[in-house]
Design a protein around this ligand. Sequence first.
Ligand code: C5P
Length: 400
Amino acid sequence: MAHLFNRNVLLGVSGGIAAYKSAELVRQLQELGANVRVIMTRGAQEFITPLTLQALSSNPVHTELLDEYAEMGMGHIELARWADLLLIAPATADLIARLSTGRADDLLSTVALATAAPLMLAPAMNQQMWKDPATTANIGTLSVRGARIIGPAAGQQACGDVGLGRMEEPSTIAGAAASLFENSQLAGKRIMITAGPTREALDPVRYISNNSSGKMGYALAAAAVDAGAITTLVSGPVALAPPDRIRFLSVQSAEQMLQQCIELLPECDIFIGCAAVADYRPAKVENQKIKKAQNEMTLQLVRNPDIVSAVAANKYRPYTVGFAAETNNVVAYARDKMQRKGLDMMVANDVSNQTIGFNSDNNAVTVLWRDGEKILELASKASIAQHIVHLIAHQTRKNN
Ligand code: C5P
């Protein structure tokens, strides 16, 4: 079944009786793995309270465009950037009319203009309003611009009429949202992704590690699955739940990660080294907990193997992609690293920018390959991952 793992779904609720079904929709979206934030119009708040949707989504509900407190938390532009999908359910006839003319007279319509995320609408209105040529024209305009329209369904309406106009069931809407992200760009390809940090033991209780959250690698795994790839995620210790439908292998040290990757290389067409592998490990792992004795202590470290280079040099060499975190001369250093490590593609990250990278939910990168490059502007890691997968699919098709 399609899923929304790691996806940021911005749910817009406008003012119709079907707004009560939005509560169930929040739950259904979450069950498919989505992070959900909610925007409610004034009208929606006449039917259901923000508190209900706040409690269910575990996030404050956004209601006003010009609210200095809300803007200090997550302003309308940030919300627009955060979204991987803007889903409006229910979408009333009035909201549909305002969207079709590009109005920005409340928070929801403004965010709809300000976001680059796809727009999905679940209309809900009286059957006569749905049939009205004005609504038909507005829906046509939005469809031509790329909006996906789910429903409406036919049946008994709250006003007593019978006909087309009921909002689709929440499970149908959530399923349609999930399938929006599915494609077959990597259908049948076998992809292996490393993610997270490695832990290099000093003794039974201590280790050397780093702050990698694993979010980028996990987002890549989810995007690879969505693209139809048979996906293996080799992960260091992180606080994330593994995405569905993948082979998940948990490792601790760089040496374990290397061993796991090399073992599986004969079954791998594409490798992405996204892990923040520790460059060094303690020369000796003590069997017993190290006691404190002197005021100073010296650790001797030895170099860890370079996993992505070893993969690229292996006889089963897959199409190999690395990540390069740089603070200056980002693209030039990353291109040099790509050549030194013998890689096909490099994803360059500017880590001098504190708002992106390591623990953040967003990223901005430049993707390099032998005879080209592409800048991926600031977006959620899920969206960046989707673009990287798209570029890999394109390049590997070209190479075949
Ligand atoms: O050399 P640097 O650590 O900057 O290179 C980063 C890239 O190399 C990433 O793709 C990372 O996963 C990979 N790497 C590795 N093994 C190491 C160090 C880095 O696979 N020991």
